[in-house]
Design a protein around this ligand. Structure first.
Ligand code: ZN
Ligand code: MN
Length: 502
């Protein structure tokens, strides 16, 4: 039997507001002792009143605008009732039928992944279960942290796309500077709903999967405990295979929640899924409904910045970067800003040389991406640093590119200079002169060195003349050694060819 894979994502992310969602408690509890960032409101004491965090609401709207959502001008909070030890009130304040944002989409390389909704709620506390002990511990510092939940339509068809969606969403949260979205810290938590449907037996209509004719849909499985992007892909792939086998053996699937176990590489049953009716949602009586004016939405929209998918397209069109380079550069806003600064320096430089960016952009963009990504990344990695730690100004970085571009230095000298620049933030031209790395480019000087090398290596010259032309590489190597690596290797090769062919 052939199946269509149907995946929908639910992603929770903690907002990095100063205070919590409904009280004045410090929202940054990193490193704090358990239960020290709490108050009667987030502890759910009877008689306390929640007071919504305006910043959290504005950020949710900002995110919704960035993802092309409809912003509901009239909205409200609801109570989602359930019992769990990490939920002292016995309910979570969330949003049910009228979230702040409805519809919308996130673009991944031209494929628009439809979004159902984005709503705002509060996080729960955190339980830990010490190994070998007969008790559990509860930390309520996290209780009441603003939490945005994004739900997609069931339109994702592969595990790889599910992973890419989560990665792009994390980038967007970081671009907007509204969440750290660190998955290892639990600041972003991805859940995948997966079902297999017999190929071609369903329709996707009005945001819902509908069976064709009397065909019955297979139940979906919700996957939790996914702590990394790699795990998103692995868990989905595992679950697809598990469901395929189950269906092939005639097992009846049930709607359930399963947890991903990183060590075993398997999903394990946790519970049969509640339906929304089990939560007995009702409007939060302590918070009046919210109404946005068109003006407020416009003011929030004015704060929207260019997001990674659009930036990627622009980097390709405007600067001539290839798609892979552009994807890497836009993955981190600080890196994208740095690259853009370098490129704009190169652009003014090439114009000052009497040329145009349009004519030279492919060569210059390739050069810049090679040094920004391959060479610079080596140093960042070796020093366990990010682009935010870099001492090299974009002007100096661009200047290094111009030295290579003009053949003033060769690539091995450029790497040496970059190493010094990385350590000290120095000017590349100064380093070039200090270390005597300027490239030997003078034809007459190089011809003299080539002639002496040829005279000293008669056997190789004879081999070359007998048709074994790849010995030219050996001769170039000799010239490079003779000039202490300073000769322009391209030019040396040309000169050798010219002399030996004559
Ligand atoms: Zn509090
Ligand atoms: Mn939720």
């Amino acid at each position: 039997m052939e199946y269509d894979i149907i995946i929908g994502m639910e992603i929770h992310a903690e907002l990095k507001t100063k205070s919590k969602m409904f009280c004045r408690c410090d929202n940054n509890a990193r490193g704090a002792d358990p239960n020290t960032k709490t108050c009667p409101i987030c502890l759910g004491h009877p008689g306390t009143l929640p007071y919504p965090n305006q910043q959290a609401i504005e950020w949710t709207v900002l995110l919704g605008l960035g993802l092309h959502c409809h912003i509901n001008e009239f909205s409200k909070f609801d109570r989602k009732n359930y019992f769990y030890p990490d939920l002292p009130k016995g309910y979570q304040i969330s949003q049910f039928e009228i979230p702040f944002c409805s519809g919308g989409w996130l673009d991944i390389d031209g494929e628009k992944i439809a979004i159902t909704r984005i709503h705002l709620e509060e996080d729960t506390g955190k339980s830990t279960h010490p190994a070998g002990k007969n008790y559990s511990l509860i930390d309520l510092n996290r209780a009441g942290t603003p939490l945005i939940e994004l739900v997609t339509e069931p339109v994702i068809r592969t595990a790889e796309m599910a992973k890419k969606f989560c990665q792009r969403y994390q980038q967007i949260l970081r671009y907007l500077d509204i969440s750290n979205a660190d998955m290892e810290q639990g600041e972003m938590r991805c859940e995948a709903n997966i079902s297999l449907q017999e190929k071609g037996k369903w329709l996707y209509e009005d945001g819902l999967i509908k069976p064709v004719g009397d065909y019955k849909l297979n139940p979906k499985v919700e996957l939790k405990n996914i702590n990394s992007f790699r795990a998103v892909e692995k868990a989905v792939l595992y679950e697809v295979e598990r469901q395929k086998k189950a269906l092939a053996s005639g097992e009846e699937l049930r709607q359930e929640t399963r947890g991903w176990n990183e060590e075993s590489g398997k999903t394990v049953h946790q519970r049969f899924k509640e339906t929304s009716a089990d939560y007995r949602y009702f409007p939060e009586p302590d918070i009046p409904p919210l109404k946005f004016s068109g003006q407020m939405i416009l003011e929030i929209k004015a704060k929207l910045i260019e997001l990674p998918s659009e930036k990627k397209i622009r980097f390709i069109d405007e600067y001539g970067f290839d798609a892979i380079t552009a994807e890497i550069l836009v993955s981190d806003k600080a890196l994208a800003d740095y690259a853009e600064h370098v490129v704009s320096e190169l652009e003014s430089w090439i114009v000052s040389c009497g040329d145009t960016w349009e004519r030279q952009k492919n060569k210059l963009a390739k050069l810049a991406s090679n040094y920004l990504i391959s060479e610079l990344f080596k140093h960042l990695k070796a020093n366990n640093q990010t682009i935010r730690d870099i001492k090299i100004s974009a002007e100096n970085f661009a200047e290094l590119m111009t030295l290579v571009y003009q053949d003033k230095i060769n690539s091995s000298a450029a790497q040496t200079i970059l190493g010094v620049m990385y350590a000290k933030g120095s000017d590349p031209t100064d380093v070039m002169y200090e270390l005597g790395l300027e490239q030997m480019d003078d034809t007459a000087v190089l011809e003299a060195v080539v002639n002496s090398v040829l005279a000293a290596n008669p056997d190789q010259v004879a081999q070359y003349k007998a048709g074994k032309t790849n010995v030219a590489q050996f001769l170039v190597g000799r010239v490079m050694a003779e000039t202490k690596g300073k000769a322009n290797p391209k030019k040396v090769q040309e000169i050798i060819g010219k002399i030996l062919k004559s």
